[in-house]
Design a protein around this ligand. Sequence first.
Ligand code: AMP
Ligand code: ZN
Length: 476
Amino acid sequence: MLNLYNTLSHRKEKFRSINTGKVGMYVCGPTVYDYIHIGNIRSYLTVDILRRYLEYLGFETRMIKNITDVGHLTQDDIAQADSGEDKLLKKALAEKKTPREIAKFYENYFHATEEKMNILPAHYFPKATAHINQMIKIIEILINKGYAYVKNGNVFFDIAKFPEYGLLSGNTLEKLKIGARLDAHPDKKNPWDFALWLKAPKKHLMRWTSPWGEGYPGWHIECSAMSTEYLGETIDIHTGGEDNIFPHHEAEIAQSQCFTGKKFVNFWVHTRHLLVDGEKMSKSKGNFYTLEDIEKKGFSPMELRLLLLSSHYRSPLNFTWQAMEQAKKNLRKITDFIRDLENLAKEKKTETSTASFPIKKFQEKFESVLNDDLNTPLALTILYELITETNKLISEKKINPTEAKNILNLWQKMNRVFGLFLPATEIPQEIKIMAEKRKETRDQKDFARADEIRKEIEAKGWLIEDNPSGYILKRK
Ligand code: AMP
Ligand code: ZN
């Protein structure tokens, strides 16, 4: 059974879904005013692994990932939560485009990146701007219930009315009062009250009519509206990067629970940041790498995937090019392993030994580390152990075709979780012909010519290893 760390309870808990066999997951998706970077990818990859593993365990999942296309706020504006500049608007003006054009462009980029990273697409990607009516409805109910107040066309959530505020992040009202000072918004009762709706300044391009005048929604309300719409009032899992914990998710809990009177989320899962030179990689700091930057340096999306899987999602990860080099080597090792097994599985030799490879032991170890809060680095260690043990037996000629097929089968199960899309393991036709030619010359005892062909094969990037049943080709 999966034990999953829950930010709300600060401990690992046995995962149980609300409906037997089904899991609803809500993911805070990208704010589409800039390219998504590999830090964002790290967070989406955590959820991808979580979803893949839940599916591996037999759950049917439903994943909703929102697109924030009204861009007045991002996580980087925590302190100025309600007065931060409109990033989408700023970008639109700079690029002489409409905010919608900007959002569409970066949304497409986001989808293309996820596809290259082999991140399973969410079942639905709702957009904030398509849910303004639902947001207005929730805000009206919050006002009627006395949890929110209207002032000069703005609506704020009154956090003094929600005693549970701070349970997720530890930032209770008491602590906030003695902590960092916020520039008081003239219309707020308490500087930490957060905006549900904001009055649009004259030149503000993104505006909607509402019972409180023309304006636009506060950042947090969109996720409460969309998660309720697509997953119901209480949901199994809600995820995001660690910067989402406060104020975004704390605010979501407050407004959702006051709106429905029910618990909002059972499991809160947060990914620690990807760092660069020890600092958070972020759009606003401009210290980020996109997937294209990685590709331009000669690395593939799957090498990046492997690097990100090599650390636990709840440990900070410092990105380095050296670690990318290591990931390249490891992916090569996995690819070679699969190719060798595929070659062995195709061999038509009479099987002298019965299959005895400890498949079950490896599978159990793999599941037990993933059951422990999705420990992907240990799951990879088990894969590397599998490779070492198999290679040893291959060199001792102790793996028969049936065993090769069984190990391949295990790999395919593991890879339903890892999601590594391997480069073609197929050997090019030209190399196969050269290898056959070499075998003929060897059979005719023309070893000098056979050696020349070996060198030609090597020059094309392949190694040839002889064995009793013929030879094995490996990439150099
Ligand atoms: P944004 O587009 O800034 O709203 O971020 C989209 C998602 O990526 C959110 O869940 C963020 O918490 C997450 N995120 C942003 N920066 C990082 C980072 N450096 N490392 C990990 N996750 C991040
Ligand atoms: Zn959100």
